[in-house]
Design a protein around this ligand. Structure first.
Ligand SMILES: [Zn+2]
Length: 229
């Protein structure tokens, strides 16, 4: 249930993107540029995502590291955790990160009735909007559990489903070194990396982050938010 204001904002952004696309197309047609280093570097982008927060213990540690390395990330938060720790959600957004929807209580959305599905999404939207001023446009279904009903339910609520491509299984606590290695071995341009800042002891995730951020930067990666509002 997105607000009319949100819909207006999205329409405005779509219009802006169309204008920008036209300008870029015009510029590209007019001048054939050699492959500039900046453009090549621009393609080497990775999207870091953090699920299951906010956590009053681990989310601030993640935020401190992301700030230290000047990196922005997308946080898929659980509505009932936002309700319990609204100040943490506010800090995530205030530091320039994106806060998106990971359901209210982390069920397998494939097993819910339509009304239960809608509650999971819209109650979480409301809590996030109350802290960030922004209604999420992206939904990450818990467990990556997607089927036709989840897909059409998400679309009906104006949500784009965002999964991931690199999963170090940090939630299973395989050790700092394993998390680092799994991420660094797997990342390619455009990868979406799944980490967890909530839902349990995330000290290994926090411990792995400095080497992950340092190494990806050394490889020439930049860090981008997922295309959500
Ligand atoms: Zn999750």
């Amino acid at each position: 249930m997105s607000s009319p204001r949100g819909a207006d904002r999205r329409r405005g952004r779509r219009a802006a993107r169309l204008v920008l696309g036209t300008l870029v197309a015009a510029a590209t047609a007019a001048v054939v540029l050699p492959a500039a280093p900046a453009q090549a570097a621009g393609n080497k982008v990775v999207h870091l995502t953090f699920d299951d927060g906010p956590s009053p213990r681990y989310t601030p540690q993640v935020l401190a590291l992301l700030a230290q390395y000047g990196v922005r990330a997308t946080f898929f938060e659980i509505g009932q955790n936002v309700a319990a720790h609204p100040d943490v959600t506010r800090r995530v957004a205030a530091q320039g990160h994106s806060v998106q929807n990971h359901s209210w209580s982390h069920p397998d959305l494939r097993k819910l009735s339509k009304s239960a599905f809608q509650y999971q999404v819209t109650a979480t939207d409301a809590r996030i909007r109350a802290q960030t001023g922004v209604t999420p446009t992206c939904l990450r279904p818990p467990y990556g559990g997607v089927n036709g009903a989840v897909r059409s339910g998400a679309a009906g609520l104006g949500k784009s489903i965002q999964l991931w491509s690199v999963d170090p299984q940090d939630w299973a606590r395989p050790g700092r070194a394993a998390i680092e290695r799994r991420v660094l071995d797997a990342v390619r341009p455009g990868s979406v990396v799944l980490f967890h800042d909530g839902g349990g002891d995330r000290s290994q995730t926090v411990a792995a982050l400095p080497a992950v951020l340092r190494t990806l930067k050394a490889r020439g990666y930049s860090f981008a938010l997922l295309p959500c509002r």
